[in-house]
Design a protein around this ligand. Structure first.
Ligand code: ADP
Ligand code: ADP
Length: 221
């Protein structure tokens, strides 16, 4: 069965003139790793917003495990899908608590395991108080790559059925891009992954690459 599906989706923003999607379809099976590429402003973020039901579609439907997303309570949707945003926002709290967002009862062992998978454990160990270091004490010590890894650690700990990545490497140089992609690829081979990117290099770990063009989703690979 498809874990996620876009079935003949048409969507126009309430104040928009032209549709972002016009009868667009795609099926994502459990364990599939799918990337959506396309130039800036074409509608990639909107794809994520429809998958996560930040907006309802106009025609057609978005399905999870065969159920129309509009029939799934929002709270259960949020436990099933884990989003890694383009930018990771850190609270002025400890590193451990920042990783635990959305999973307050996680143990330190679980936090460390997630940090290891995101290749940020060694960095955290070098901080004055390790996992208890407050983000505010770090000043400019956190690079965009490290922030992105903290965001990944947060997502790995949350461990929803579907990992959704919004431009996971857009703020990074080629070296950091490769290492972030490796962490995502090694995290869990059976995990369903959906990512959007305007950079083709990001899609290397995906087995299906779609392009958003003429308001539809076109298979590239
Ligand atoms: P991408 O992620 O490919 O850069 P987006 O999905 O962010 O593209 O945006 C697609 C188009 O929809 C753009 O023209 C953008 O300005 C427009 N758009 C995005 N969000 C909204 C919104 N909330 N209301 C109206 N138009 C929007
Ligand atoms: P991204 O680069 O991640 O696609 P943008 O900078 O295009 O994000 O958009 C930032 C926010 O502004 C998003 O939440 C998007 O939905 C909203 N937005 C973008 N374009 C419009 C628009 N024309 N009207 C209203 N909101 C918009």
């Amino acid at each position: 069965m498809n874990e996620l599906a876009f079935d003949q989706v048409t969507f126009t923003y309430p104040n928009g003139k032209t549709p972002i999607f016009n009868e667009a379809s795609v099926s994502i099976k459990k364990g599939d790793k799918l990337a959506l590429i396309g130039p800036s402003g074409i509608g990639k973020s909107t794809f994520i917003k429809l998958l996560m039901r930040y907006f309802d579609v106009e025609k057609g439907c978005v399905e999870i495990d065969g159920t129309n997303i509009s029939e799934i309570p929002t709270a259960s949707l949020r436990t099933k899908q884990t989003l890694v945003s383009q930018e990771t926002y850190l609270f002025n709290d400890t590193i451990a608590n920042n990783i635990k967002i959305g999973k307050a009862d996680a143990t330190l062992e679980e936090v460390i395991e997630a940090a290891k998978k995101a290749s940020i454990h060694e960095f955290i160990e070098t901080l004055p108080n390790g996992y208890e270091t407050k983000v505010g004490e770090l000043g400019g010590m956190v690079s965009s790559g490290e922030k992105q890894r903290l965001g990944l650690a947060r997502a790995f700990l949350h461990d929803g059925d579907v990992l959704i990545l919004d431009e996971p490497t857009s703020n990074l140089d080629a070296l950091n891009e490769g290492s972030i992609l490796k962490s995502i690829n090694d995290y869990n081979k059976d995990k369903t992954i959906v990512m959007i990117s305007h950079r083709k290099s990001t899609t290397a770990i995906c087995d299906q690459v779609y392009k958003l063009e003429n308001q539809t989703l076109i298979l590239q690979k």
